[in-house]
Design a protein around this ligand. Structure first.
Ligand code: VG1
Ligand code: CO
Length: 539
């Protein structure tokens, strides 16, 4: 039954910030998934006795790719696969399954916040036994393997039924189909005080959670509506659809437009939130109020004592370099460890495993903690609801009080999309070469304190990673430039801007960041090099 199939390499199977991400049509090419998966299996080596998780966010081609992976795992000697029912699992729930079952890793089929469908994107995230995505040392080896692959192994059997819970067997491999939601819900109940949140809803608190037709709908309905008692219909776009109903499942002010419109209208409920395609990102809104992810990370950290799992104290906190420095001030006030890592959740894994940090986050709508090794959208929502329940304050009141206590980092991200890779690489290389000459200079009223690439030395494995270019100014303002590692075509230049204020707390970020935006555009020569006067997406 085990077939060995001859194949030829694809040259574009390098994983980026979070797994392999390509246009669906690229992934649908013959042997594409097979080459990639065989390269992972080859890199892991002996698979006897090993258990892996498989699932996905339900996007187009999930059903086809998952059957290929199952049959290949069996043919390669994997002992057991744990699979989410109907092939569904959110990225955070997947991480939890790996840790709970002490599995050797897992595959989450998702391109996260990228649109799905035949003309959208597809992706595969590979986690190892830490429950987090494999570090670059491993993904580099896998990439080398994809460039030399000549054959793959697959079991020649009919597709298996993924709807039936329980155990079955395929080509000598054990398969266990699990309910992807229940274990995750149990974990959330262990972290948070569900009774406190129940009381909040019983007293008439209202919310809208937008699942964006992606994987978190069933999790959100079970937790917010069925268990916590939010009004029926509080969770919208709850059924995962292969093309996300045409939505771009990226929970930000641009793509979660319906939710944002509602929250800024007179009909706004007390609380609004959205998650991305695979459930690891979150956006938090109050009535006519938006919380930037960088502030959200700082606020959650500052309020850890309201959460049963953290009330006795937390280890440190970490953020990606591009994220605002707001959480750094909280870490200092609480006298806990504080780390800055490159963009990508995999860089938090060693810090969590070595108990250096408990909470971490990124400006890209990602927050999470050491209960798992991925960011966690629903966890962030439950954390906010817990703070609201404990303090009796609104999202806006909680945030403004935070600014009064710590000052405010005005923060925005500007994305310049669809640039040719050549133009983008040259822009970054020339900018990097120019950085030393900027030190001490005054640009558009800002004096440069330090201009240098961000280089991270992992304190646990000693690895060194360079990611992004940072210009820090004397007044605490910062510009960070980096190229996206999650796109499926061309290059996206991300420009992250931050300005720290202790007096003017209630201004519009656009206005506060206008001068520094101009400086950022000028320093990197963005308009002359890309032809773009403005960013394509601003978050
Ligand atoms: C983006 C974000 C990054 C995030 C990554 C994966 O990467 O900036 O913070 O970790 O997406 O998010 P990049 O390289 O395009 O900037 V998702 O929700 O995969 O899982
Ligand atoms: Co995601």
């Amino acid at each position: 039954m085990i077939k060995t199939v001859q194949t030829t390499p694809y040259d574009d199977q390098k994983m980026g910030t979070a797994g392999l991400r390509r246009k669906s049509k690229i992934v649908m090419q013959p042997h594409y998934v097979e080459n990639f998966m065989q390269s992972i299996f080859n890199t892991i080596g002996d698979l006897k006795g090993k258990t892996f998780l498989v699932g996905g966010d339900g996007r187009f081609y999930n059903d086809v790719a998952i059957q290929k992976i199952i049959k290949m795992a069996a043919a390669n000697g994997v002992s057991k696969l744990i699979i989410g029912q109907n092939g569904f699992i959110s990225t955070p729930a997947g991480s939890h399954v790996i840790l709970k079952h002490k599995a050797d890793g897992g595959f989450v089929l998702s391109a996260s916040h990228n649109p799905g469908g035949e003309n959208g994107d597809f992706g595969i995230k590979y986690a190892n036994e830490t429950g987090g995505q494999a570090p670059s040392a491993i993904t580099d080896k896998i990439y080398q393997n994809t460039k030399n692959i000549k054959e793959y192994k697959i079991c020649d059997v009919p597709d298996i039924d993924l709807s039936k819970l329980g155990k079955q067997e395929l080509c000598g491999m054990e398969i266990e189909i699990i309910d992807p939601v229940s274990d995750y819900v149990n974990m959330m109940q262990e972290i948070f005080d569900f009774n406190a949140i129940k009381k909040l809803f019983a007293n008439g608190f209202t919310m809208r959670f937008d699942a964006m037709n992606a994987v978190t709908g069933p999790y959100a309905q079970r937790i917010f509506e069925e268990i916590l008692g939010a009004k029926k219909g509080s969770v919208v776009n709850a059924a995962p659809l292969p093309d996300f109903g045409g939505l771009h499942p990226d929970p930000n002010l641009v793509y979660a437009k319906d939710l944002v419109d509602l929250m800024f209208s007179d009909k706004a409920p007390d609380f609004g939130a959205a998650n991305d395609g695979d459930g690891d990102r979150n956006m938090i809104l109050g009535k006519k109020f938006f919380v930037t992810p960088s502030d959200s990370l700082a606020i959650l950290t500052d309020n850890y004592k309201y959460i049963p799992a953290y009330k006795d104290g937390i280890y440190g906190v970490a953020k990606s370099a591009a994220t605002s420095t707001a959480v750094g001030r909280v870490a200092k006030a609480h006298n806990i460890g504080y780390y800055e890592v490159p963009t990508g959740w995999k860089y938090f894994v060693n810090l969590m495993d070595s108990k250096r940090i408990t909470i971490c986050g990124e400006e890209s709508f990602g927050t999470g903690a050491s209960h798992i090794r991925e960011k966690d959208g629903i966890w962030a929502v439950l954390f906010w609801l817990s703070i609201i329940a404990a303090t009796g304050k609104s999202v806006e009141e909680i945030t403004i009080e935070h600014w009064k206590k710590y000052g405010r980092s005005y923060y925005m991200r500007f994305d310049f999309e669809g640039i040719s890779t050549e133009t983008a690489d040259k822009l970054m290389a020339d900018l990097e070469a120019k950085l030393p000459s900027l030190n001490g200079k005054e640009i558009n009223g800002f004096t440069v304190e330090k201009a240098a690439p961000f280089v991270y030395q992992d304190p646990v494995d000693g690895s060194s990673t360079k990611n992004g270019l940072v210009i820090s100014f004397k007044d605490g303002s910062r510009i960070v430039y980096r190229l996206s590692g999650t796109g499926s075509s061309g290059a996206t230049l991300r420009v992250y801007l931050e300005k720290y204020e202790t007096e003017k707390l209630l201004e519009k970020p656009q206005g506060m960041l206008e001068d520094i935006l101009k400086a950022a555009m000028d320093i990197a020569e963005i308009t002359p090099r890309t032809g773009k006067q403005h960013a394509d997406v601003i978050t």
